[in-house]
Each structure stands twice: as C-alpha cells, then as structure tokens.
Design a protein around this ligand. Sequence first.
Ligand SMILES: [Zn+2]
Length: 472
Amino acid sequence: MNYLPLAALMLGLLSLPVKAADWFDEFRASASPAQLYQFLHAMPKGGDLHNHLSGSGLPEWWYRLATDQQLNGGYQYYTKTRINNCRAPGGDMFGFAPYLLLFRTIQESSYARLPACEKAEFQKLESLTREQKTDWMNSLALDKAHEGRDEFFQTHWQRLADLTGNPHIMAELLYLNMQDFSKEGLIYLETMEGTRFYQTPDGQPIEPDAVADIFRLRLQQPDAIATGVTVRMQYYLLRFIADAEQDLEWIYHFVDRNRDLYTGINMVGREDNDKGYPLRFLPVLRKLRRDIPGIPLAIHAGEVDEPNQHVRDTLLLGAERIGHGVNLISDPDTMLLMRNNQNLVEINLISNMKLNYVNQFKEHPFPEYLRFGIPVTLSTDDRGMWLSNMTDEYFVAVSEFNLSWAEIRLLLSQSIEHAFVEAPVKAALRDTLNKRLNAFERNFRAQGISGLPQATPMANGFICQHYGFCSQ
Ligand SMILES: [Zn+2]
C-alpha cells in the first residue's frame, strides 16, 4: 500500500484543483433564462463550421425567395396542395419524392411536363391562402413532437425539390445567413453546398463553374461584405449513392480548381445507410492524394445510435474534423487518440436532439469530450429546419452543462482555429475574435446585463419549444 498521496495531502503538498468562482459563474448562477440569452446573443462569436446551406434557410426565407422573382432570378414556383389520386403512391416521374407528399415545390418547367391530372394538384406558390402559407412553412420545419429523423431525411429535402436547384436562391440564402449570423456576432461561416444539379428557369442544366461564379459574385456585393462575415464553402458528397467514388473524384478535381471559394470536402447522408461506410472511400482518396495537393476534409461520422468505429475509420480517411461524433463516446481507443490532439469534433446539440440521437441533453457526450480534452466547438447543422441559431446552441450548452467562461472562450476560439481558411485570414479572424471578446468581457464586468442590447429567442423556435422560454 502506498501512503504517499495521503501523507502528501496532509502536508498540503497536493491540492485538489479548485477553481475560484469568477464573474461569469456569479452571473450565470443568478441569471434568469432571459438574461442568459441576452448575454449569449451579445457575446462575440467565431465561426459556424458545420452548416448545410440548404438546411440553413428559415421557412420564411424560403417563401420570400421563392415568390420574389427579383431575388430568385425570374423563376416561378408551384407547390402541391392536393392529391387527386392521379397515379399509384409509389414512384415519381422525377425520381425520388413520394407521390403522396404535399407542399412539394417545383419550378414552372417541371410543372409544364406534368400530365393534366397532376397539374391540377399544384398551385402557384404566391397564390396560397394565409393558412396554406403557414402550413407550407411549417412543412419545412421539424417542429412537432412526432417528427423525427424520417421526416427530416425523407420529406424536408424532397419538399424543397426544385428550390435547391436555383443558384440565385441558394446565393441569397447564403447572404441571409451571413446577415443573420452577423447580428449574433459571428465572423466566419463555412457552409456545405455543391455546384451541380442546378437548372435555368426553362429546365436546362447550369454549368458548375457558372454556379460557383454566382456564389462568388454574391459574396462580393457590398451588403454581403458589410455583414463582416467571412465565408468559405465545403463541397458535399452524398456518401451512400451507387457511384459515390466517381462523384468524389469529380468533386476533388472541382475543389482543386476553385480553392478560393471551396476549402474543403464533406461527406453527408444518413449514416444508418450502410452503403456510405467510411472505409469505402479510402482507396479513392489515396489515389487522389497521390496526384493532387491535399484538400481538407470534414466528414460526418458517429451520427448513429449503434456503437461502431466509424470515427476512427474517418480519421483514417484523413478527416481533420469530425461532424457530430455522437457515438465516439463508445470507442475508448479513438477517444484516447483524439485527446489533446488536432482533430476537432463539430458538436450539433440541437440537431442531435431533434433527430433523436440523444433523448435528452443530459445523455449528450459533448461535456465529456470538452472536459476530457478532445477539441470541440458548437455548430448549427440544419438550423433552418430546427428554427435555431448559434446563440441557441450556446444557450443549450451553458444551461445544460454549466460551462465556465474559459470553456466558452475555448469553444469560440476552436471555431476559428479549426477553420479551413487560409492562414493570414485565420490570423485576422483570431485577432478580431480575441479583441471583441476582451472588450465584451470588460464592458460586461463594468456595466452588467443592463449594458447589453435586448435579445429574445426566435418565435416558435427551438428554445421557445424546448424550454418554454419564448419571445415576448
Ligand atoms: Zn450535418
């Protein structure tokens, strides 16, 4: 038996790590939810590193863009508002959407190709009654208790349909995100979106290079620059499709030719579809890396219920960042590998709850990763569909896991340190974030909550629904 630690403790040589309560602990302990929200909204933030552009649009944004032909490049949209039993429920002349799906929105050229019976099921989007418009917007939000993973994966994207094939809508959506994020203090956004499968109003395909130019042009507009949000994009690969390897080759070459805009590649798609398992892509990535200078990879992994070693396998693919990593907690070897190391886990608390990867926040492994020493940050994933923002993610994290100010600052700084942006830009972002945080901390300690602007959660948004704490 070794008595040394006890003896040392008695002599005062060892002491338990006790952290003195600081100004933030005192504030958090006494703050109402409204005051905590106000603080976290005003708090300067770094970047959103895990953001799907097509999942980041709030329903009212989609409606506005789809019905404003000035903003959307002159496209006219129709949405399905009734079922006339024109054909059998399965299958679809355009591919993947089930026939029995209301509020599927298509552009005029798709509508023109429908047989008369099906045409009668659709109406122009701007002709919806007030009640129909509300229903249309609700159909794009995952806001009901019974809606979960299947509703999200199998109907939301299928309803958006042709809207996601309009590059002007997607570019405007990017701008609206920049504007909205800048209001809550973000300075960087790395969003996932591709440049293929876009079409003109008359249904002709648009060249990927032309789509990239539409994004570039939008980012150069004065109103976009005025947001102060730096944007880079990741090209996404739908991992479970039959020819995903060839797709990855095409994407890798495209990103290589467009490195000013695209700084990374991601792999997306539900992970409970085994066709997209990580090691499937190892041979093709090794082949690509033989000839092309490296492209950073941020890859979804561990967003599943079952324990497996997909996070480890994804690191072997060369991923610098792991999206979600919920099941990493069940893989001790990989946790040890990632401890005090370079690979970041992009944590999406609200997404994981909405899609039932955790049943309650107390089950989430995030605090263990954070306090065990695995680099983590918070991100928004498909915020348009959960009706949330970055403040909401911090509100959940601080409320549920009692974060200290040092932990919050670590999360914020990791969102810049692990960004796929050129080193000089990263250095400038780091400098901006630190200066803003120092000033924010100084002002708050001098003036308290009364020195901060009012801010309330989104009406009917996640925070309102989950915590019953809503905007007045
Ligand atoms: Zn995601």
